[in-house]
Design a protein around this ligand. Structure first.
Ligand SMILES: [Zn+2]
Length: 195
């Protein structure tokens, strides 16, 4: 096969998950946000140790989350939904052929409530961050890792959108996530949110 054809085939294949790659993507977005987004330049320079922001802070300072080069002030929920639908097949939550998820949506706040049985394809949503998770056929909340990064902090789970250019959302705290954690699904070898 000629090199261009090989590259074209590779571009269509799903990227394999790797934890170092995931962490690197987060660090790249954080570095770039510090350089180019007024809110992070200001707040991280003043308090370098405490990066997390709340949803309310992000909404209040929405205009300052747009990079200096310009952009839109709101998360594109349609794009976020398409991204999670593409990802769902990786964890057995959608048919690979159609990539469609049909599950109901659960708000992030409900994670802190009493546990309910989780059905494959159920989506986790946040009004600011968009679609953050999907239940795999393993029964766990899978993070759509190419788009969403999450880490445990002293205040709870902080989420970063890796692909969204504007508004730049870095280390936004999930409400009610103080007891939640990030681990790796044994069946799928990909990051999951556990509560
Ligand atoms: Zn899984």
């Amino acid at each position: 096969m000629i090199p261009d054809a090989v590259a074209a085939v590779r571009a269509r294949l799903p990227i394999r998950y790797s934890a170092p790659r995931w962490h690197r993507a987060y660090r790249r977005v954080a570095r770039d946000s510090f350089r180019t987004v007024p809110f992070y330049r200001e707040s991280w320079a003043l308090a370098p140790g405490s990066r997390v922001i709340t949803r309310e802070q992000a909404l209040r300072r929405a205009a300052d989350l747009i990079p200096l080069a310009g952009g839109v002030p709101e998360t594109d929920h349609r794009r976020s939904r398409q991204a999670i639908s593409r990802f769902a097949a990786e964890v057995g939550a959608a048919r690979r052929r159609t990539g469609r998820t049909v599950g109901p949506a659960v708000a992030v706040e409900e994670l802190a409530g009493p546990g309910q049985p989780l059905h494959a394809g159920t989506l986790l949503t946040d009004p600011l961050l968009g679609y953050l998770g999907v239940v795999g056929d393993c029964g766990l909340w899978h993070l759509p890792w190419p788009d969403v990064y999450a880490r445990r902090t002293a205040c709870g789970i902080a989420v970063t959108l890796l692909q969204q250019k504007s508004p730049r959302l870095v280390d936004v705290l999930l409400p009610g996530s103080a007891a939640a954690n990030i681990s790796v699904c044994v069946r799928h070898g990909r990051p999951v949110l556990t509560s």
